[in-house]
Design a protein around this ligand. Structure first.
Ligand SMILES: Cc1ncc(COP(=O)(O)O)c(C=O)c1O
Length: 416
């Protein structure tokens, strides 16, 4: 669906709600007047409500939603409450399908392959639960030691209650190159492997997994390739067809900057007979007998956030996230007390980079950075790395990276 069509179809649904997307249009106009790149990103930053002193370097946990999207949602909430039943089960509710079409466009999928859901975890759960009937005890699910619980618990459930066997591949840190990962996947596949479940972007290191190369192995063997895309859409361009995945679940409240509780689930058309989640039983529409009533304004706000993303452009967003991430990598690499956990190769890089602390604990550093310097980072979830993860999005800038590097050195030298 083209941008104009999405906005106008929302507008039809909004009826009398004036200006629900006006802020987005004003934002688009204001970008056109930016004098140069610096000015352009400054203008983008102004669209966010982030506390002025806060350096938010943890979009990997949650993104910030732009003002024009929030204004749109607020307007819709007010309109909806004027006549809740008519709006939710009428014109506003119908517009949720436009959100699905917009999501399909961004993922490179057909509209009837995409559902608008709550988050990655629920998407992964829907997929795993609908595989219960096709997996026999002893069938293998190949995954990695770097999966987030949101992409792992669903398989642990199948192992505990249905006899599936989880085979865990250890991600080398740092990874040598793409080929090393592909070889590892290949060598862990057995005649019993029925499912491969991998993150598109590794939550621990920020590495981009070579999913297209992996699908070239799994597809000919009829192994179902399930992808946890929590950290990808909104940060790197995603095309589910060229990735060759069978399912793809994501969280739009991270890099897509959508309201919290916004996610997507793609299931490849040819797999829809095999993978049949209950919430999609009556079709992929957001309101069905299987889904019940939805938070219509949140879903429509999810659509506005995707429009906000398209206003800048997926490629431009990816370039900026990666440009800043490279600066982050190079700047923090100068600190001898930090050791890079993320591979430096371009084809494995994303908008997240992680470092191991050679001195002090990641938890203490996190607390000091937030309390004393107003810098929000993430402690790497696996304690054995004693690591920190830094996300860079379109609202971040070079000065924040310098500030982080300076703050880390100050904390480390004070505790020397
Ligand atoms: C790779 C990965 N999968 C799943 C999740 C869980 O996301 P959500 O809580 O939105 O379901 C995260 C969150 O950080 C993640 O990084």
């Amino acid at each position: 669906m083209q941008r104009r069509n999405f906005l106008s179809s929302l507008a039809i649904g909004m009826g009398a709600a004036p200006g629900f997307a006006a802020g987005l249009q004003d934002f688009a106009e204001s970008l056109k007047t930016a004098a140069n790149e610096t000015d352009y990103w400054k203008r983008v930053r102004q669209e966010f409500l982030l506390n002025p002193g806060l350096a938010h370097l943890n979009t990997g946990s949650l993104g910030a939603t732009p003002r024009c999207v929030l204004d749109g949602i607020a307007g819709m909430l007010y309109q909806l409450e004027g006549d809740p039943v008519s709006n939710v089960f009428g014109p506003m509710g119908y517009r949720m399908d436009a959100v699905r079409a917009k999501a399909a466009e961004l993922l490179g999928a057909a509209t009837d392959e995409v559902a608008v859901i709550e988050n990655t975890t629920s998407g992964m759960n829907y997929v795993a639960q609908s595989l219960i009937r096709s997996l026999k005890p002893g069938d293998e699910i190949l995954t990695t030691n770097h999966e987030h619980p949101g992409g792992a618990v669903c398989w642990e459930y199948l192992a505990k209650y249905h006899g599936a066997k989880i085979v865990t591949l250890t991600i080398p840190v740092p990874v040598r190159d793409k080929a090393q990962i592909v070889e590892l996947v290949q060598s862990h596949i057995s005649p019993r492997t029925r499912v491969c479940s991998f993150s598109h972007v590794d939550t621990i290191t920020g590495m981009r997994m070579p999913i297209a190369e992996i699908s070239a192995i799994t597809r000919p063997k009829d192994i179902i390739l399930v992808c946890d895309g929590a950290q990808a859409p909104g940060m790197i361009k995603v095309d589910v067809k060229s990735l060759g995945v069978d399912t793809y679940a994501s969280s739009s409240h991270k890099w897509m900057l959508a309201p919290k509780g916004s996610g997507l689930l793609y299931i490849r058309k040819d797999m829809q007979d095999t993978i049949r989640p209950l919430p999609l039983h009556s079709g992929y529409q957001a309101y069905t007998g299987a889904t019940g009533t939805r938070n219509v304004c949140n879903v429509l706000g999810h659509g506005l956030a995707m429009e906000f993303h398209s206003t800048i452009g997926s490629q431009r967003v990816e370039n900026r996230c990666r440009e800043l991430s490279k600066i982050m990598r190079e700047t923090l690499s100068k600190n001898p007390r930090l050791e890079l956990l993320t591979p430096a190769q371009d084809d494995l890089a994303t908008g997240m980079v992680s470092f191991k602390l050679k001195k002090g604990t990641a938890g203490d550093l996190y607390t000091r950075l937030l309390k004393d310097f107003e810098i929000m980072i993430k402690v790497v979830a696996k304690s054995e790395y004693n690591g920190i993860r830094l996300s860079t999005h379109i609202y971040n800038n070079e000065a924040e990276i310098e500030r982080l590097a300076w703050a880390i050195e100050k904390i480390q030298s004070n505790s020397a």
